[in-house]
Design a protein around this ligand. Structure first.
Ligand SMILES: O=C(O)/C=C/C(=O)CC(=O)CC(=O)O
Ligand SMILES: [Ca+2]
Ligand SMILES: [Mg+2]
Length: 415
């Protein structure tokens, strides 16, 4: 494992910093001085303004500008060679010993972050065995918990690209059709069982036509973001058979603002667990393609302080994003630059490592106690939910920043 790479940006050298020189995650920001949202790279507590740097020919990944736009799609289009070259160039420019370039730095605390890429499509998977078993037990009983296909197929559903929002966007509690098991008829009302899902989002950086191998899929993934797939459990339980989740997961999905590249995560590669059933050859992994990334969920009641509800690790997943992407293309489904793949909720085996409140409170039967003494089964209005994650290196960490959202009361529905 590599050591901390030191930078002339002092805040990047702190051992607890999310964004040391080893990381170099990509985002889109605006600085509120009338300038347009543009591309930047996080370094310590600063952002290196890539649009300005490109304007002065300090970085020139293409023959035309690609950083003066509010998304990373144009840069992703350039392909893996350009991705690697930019990383080398930025490492050189920002390293300790290089000539400091303070005029290109902006304080992260002073900017607004935007969606880092245009989401062309969004698919959500179901790759954590503990989560699938827990949810299946509650929805269908423990004997039918894990669907018969689960150990053979990375199951997913086509979700809504239009619903993906950046961290910090307020989330309005949804309305929907609700029908409890003992209700005679459904009613239309605000969800009473609104929930989070702790997930990792993988961003496809190269297009494909027709089936691709797991190895090729791994190469096509540009980077990763934390992803919270907000889920209305009462809507979900009534609507999901036989076609799967629909309105229960269409309100919003929040992603963290910084794309942590696959290159930055390279030292932290980890294997998927032992297979209980041998996978068909098209899904076999030629090398470790998961990552060792610690993850946590915090809940802050309005005006209160945060309680960490859960801690787990990405390496809990049964299928990697590369396996999911290869499977996604198996029918011939074309993939585009900016395709977003949600990993599925990540839950460990222990109660304190579960990735949703549905599991933490076991369907609302076992309330979770916050540090303030209040309890929660599901999210209440005014609560802020925050996901965090990072890979631990020797004296540094490759962090994701925060993925956060506050829940606002449901809209008034007239009539
Ligand atoms: O019907 C079920 O067993 C549950 C389905 C989901 O909750 C879909 C989903 O979003 C999966 C995930 O995030 O792991
Ligand atoms: Ca999900
Ligand atoms: Mg969603």
């Amino acid at each position: 494992m590599t050591d901390l790479l030191r930078s002339w940006v002092e805040s990047a050298n702190a051992p607890e910093a999310d964004f040391p020189l080893n990381n170099l995650p990509y985002g889109v920001f605006s600085s509120g001085d009338g300038t347009m949202p543009r591309c930047g790279v996080a370094i310590g507590e600063k952002i290196f303004d890539l649009c300005a740097a490109e304007g002065d020919d300090l970085v020139t990944p293409a023959g035309h500008p690609v950083f003066d736009v509010p998304y990373w799609n144009d840069f992703m289009e350039l392909g893996p060679e350009a991705w690697a070259e930019l990383r080398v160039r930025l490492t050189e420019l920002l390293a300790e010993g290089a000539e400091p370039l303070p005029s290109y730095l902006v304080d992260q605390a002073a900017v607004q972050m935007h969606m880092p890429f245009r989401v062309s499509e969004y698919t959500d998977f179901y790759a954590s065995r503990n989560h699938a078993f827990n949810v299946g037990s509650m929805f269908r009983g423990p004997e039918n918990a894990l669907p018969p296909n689960w150990l053979h197929i990375p199951i997913g559903y086509n979700a809504r690209a239009s619903s993906v929002v950046v961290s910090g966007t307020p989330i309005i509690r949804p309305h929907g059709q609700l029908k409890g098991p003992d209700d005679a008829a459904p009613r239309f009302a605000a969800s009473q069982r609104f929930d989070i899902e702790l997930e990792m989002g993988a961003i496809v950086g190269q297009p494909s036509e027709g089936p691709i191998s797991v190895e090729q899929a791994f190469e096509n993934i540009f980077g990763y973001v934390l992803l919270n797939d907000w889920s209305a459990r009462d809507i979900q339980a009534w609507e999901y058979q036989p076609l799967g989740p629909f309105q229960s997961k269409a309100t919003a999905t929040t992603i963290s603002p910084w794309i942590v590249t696959a290159a930055a995560l390279e030292p932290f590669r980890a294997s998927t667990p032992e297979r209980e059933r041998e996978l068909l050859p098209y899904l076999a992994e030629p090398a470790p393609m998961l990552y060792d990334i610690a993850l946590e969920v915090g809940l802050t009641p309005k005006g209160g302080r945060e309680t960490v509800l859960s801690q787990t690790n990405l390496n809990e997943l049964y299928y990697s994003a590369a396996q999911q992407l290869a499977h996604h293309t198996s029918s011939g489904c074309p993939m585009r630059v900016g395709d977003l793949l949600g990993s599925g909720t990540i839950s460990g085996a222990e109660p304190h490592s579960r990735g949703s409140l549905l599991e933490m409170s076991w369907g609302g039967k076992e309330p979770v106690t916050l540090d303030t003494g209040e309890t929660r089964c599901f999210i209440e209005d005014g609560d802020t939910l925050t996901l965090r994650g990072g890979a631990q290196g020797k004296g540094y960490r490759v962090g994701f920043g925060a993925c956060t959202g506050q829940i606002l009361p449901a809209r008034e529905i007239g009539g």
